[in-house]
Design a protein around this ligand. Structure first.
Ligand SMILES: Nc1nc2c(ncn2[C@@H]2O[C@H](COP(=O)(O)OP(=O)(O)O)[C@@H](O)[C@H]2O)c(=O)[nH]1
Ligand SMILES: [Mg+2]
Length: 206
């Protein structure tokens, strides 16, 4: 599958404000700066499509992009506001984030797959493990995407991925599906698009 066109639609303050839930939807979440916006630009081959923010945790909006792919399907990509804030972000803003993300993730009917982005350079981080734990409690399936693989020395990505999956296996019977990506080298682009293409084929109209 290849992306034919990608367009920014709207930024919504909450799930109720999102565009009609009439197409399959894929959302990206993860720590601020993990590479969510860069991944969307890499997948769509459009450099400025999702804004690459230099002020982590500032934007608290759900950003919808409408995609048309070579198989003539229409679907949404969503750039979600990240977790893990600068110290300057207030408790109120953190609670807002939590409420907004919980309603979006648990109520958005057309959400086919939640991609949780993890920095491939780091050992397992508590903040990511906590978020994943929360997905378990909500019984929301997810897929992992290990980002920024271009920044690793040979072997380091594999080691960090294995460590991360190892920690998850203490609590989960099955490992989640995962991808390794780089917005710079475009590693992982085709596997990720093909995965979405497969899910789009099995999406039944709401
Ligand atoms: N080398 C490299 N840098 C990346 C990659 N993905 C993101 N970045 C950089 O990491 C920073 C944060 O990226 P951004 O997409 O804004 O992260 P977001 O906050 O999760 O949306 C930016 O400076 C990006 O250029 C990647 O795959 N490789
Ligand atoms: Mg971003």
């Amino acid at each position: 599958m290849e992306i034919v066109s990608a367009a920014y639609i709207i930024s919504s303050p909450g799930y109720k404000d999102c565009p009609p839930a009439d197409k399959p939807e894929y959302a990206f979440i993860g720590r601020s700066n993990v590479g969510k916006s860069s991944l969307i630009n890499m997948l769509t081959n459009k450099k400025g499509l999702a804004k690459i923010s230099s002020t982590p945790g500032k934007t608290q909006l759900l950003n919808h992009f409408e995609i048309i792919s070579s198989d003539k399907k229409k679907w949404y990509l969503v750039d979600l506001p990240g977790y893990g804030y600068a110290a300057t972000v207030s408790q109120k803003a953190r609670n807002n984030w939590g409420n907004m993300i919980e309603s979006y993730i648990r109520k958005r009917e057309n959400l086919v797959c939640l991609f949780v982005l993890i920095d491939s350079r780091l050992p397992p981080q508590a903040i990511d493990l906590e978020f994943i734990e929360q997905m378990g409690e909500w019984q929301v399936p997810f897929v992992l995407v290990f980002t920024k693989s271009d920044k690793n020395k040979p072997g380091a990505t594999e080691k960090n991925v294995a460590n991360f999956l190892g920690v998850l296996s203490d609590k989960w019977e099955e490992s989640p599906p995962y991808f390794v990506t780089s917005a710079t080298t475009k590693e992982g682009r085709k596997p990720l698009l093909d995965y979405i293409g497969g899910l789009n084929r099995s999406f039944t109209r709401l």
